[in-house]
Design a protein around this ligand. Structure first.
Ligand code: ADP
Length: 260
């Protein structure tokens, strides 16, 4: 199973990703987590990303694409993955398409958690309060000012991905405002439907599928009666009878050769 979770900051992508990885035995690939790890480790990528992340802006596409390219080749991602926070721009989505095509892999679904922006700020405040209560370190970009920037970046650069994936027929929307378990149940239902449709497609061989398609096409285009009748009788239209004497036109050559 290869999935993308789309949605603005605070939409619940991380929570749902955690549930998906245990259910489908896949890995969660969160570019936010990977970048935060790079920042904590003080790697060159981390040093480059820190200031950008603290401002709530997006790290350059090339940086995150390289991180993901490396990550999906790891053995633990062979069984599938759920991308959380990536892609975030159309350029990243196109790069992902290329990465997957090179590996003959396909996405199963892109699930968008639709949320009311007004609620997001409250959710982030709660996340900060919960983390503080647990004694965990709060993210430096989890504050109202930076959140506004993150939302603006989402609206301008990431929201267009809904259309990008809708045009590929793999975009699915879920109400992210519902209680957590209901969101999970909705995702389960749509993934079950996606799996069933995939299994159905898999049962029919590509050859049989194209045969059925051309049959359906010819059925949809009824032949004029006279023409159909002459074809049934095995006769050919006009030209054939005119050429009885053997003076043939170039178009009739093959037929006459065959008859001999
Ligand atoms: P959020 O909780 O806002 O969805 P994430 O944890 O996914 O945030 O990411 C935190 C920050 O890391 C982003 O604001 C951005 O600066 C950077 N980042 C994460 N993923 C990407 C990406 N795919 N492209 C560019 N920047 C990214």
């Amino acid at each position: 199973m290869r999935l993308i979770l789309l949605g603005p900051p605070g939409a619940g992508k991380g929570t749902q990703a955690q549930r998906l990885i245990s259910k489908y035995r896949i890995v969660q690939l969160s570019t936010g987590d990977m970048l935060r790890a790079a920042v904590a480790a003080g790697t060159p990528v981390g040093l480059q990303a820190k200031a950008i992340m603290d401002r709530g802006e997006l790290v350059p596409d090339a940086v995150v694409v390289a991180i993901i390219a490396d990550r999906i080749d790891q053995p633990d991602a062979k069984n599938g993955f759920v991308l959380d926070g990536f892609p975030r721009t159309v350029a990243q989505a196109e790069a992902l398409d290329r990465l997957l095509a090179e590996r003959s892999l396909r996405l199963d679904a892109v699930i968008e958690l639709a949320v009311d922006e007004g609620i997001l700020l409250k959710r982030i405040e709660k996340r900060v309060a919960d983390m503080t209560a647990r004694g965990e370190k709060v993210r430096s970009d989890d504050n109202p000012d930076v959140l506004k920037g993150r939302l603006a970046a989402y609206r301008a650069l990431t929201a267009p991905l809904s259309y990008y994936y809708a045009s590929k027929g793999i975009h699915r929307g879920v109400d992210g405002m519902a209680p957590i378990d209901e969101v999970t149940a909705a995702i389960d239902r749509l993934l079950a439907a996606t799996k069933a449709a995939k299994a159905k497609r898999g049962k029919v061989s590509p050859k049989a599928r194209s045969k059925a398609r051309s049959k359906a096409r010819s059925k949809a285009r009824p032949k004029p009666r006279a023409k159909a009748a002459s074809r049934r009788a095995g006769s050919r239209p006009r030209k054939a009878s005119k050429n009885k004497g053997g003076m043939r036109k170039s178009g009739t050559r093959r037929r006459l050769t065959k008859a001999r």
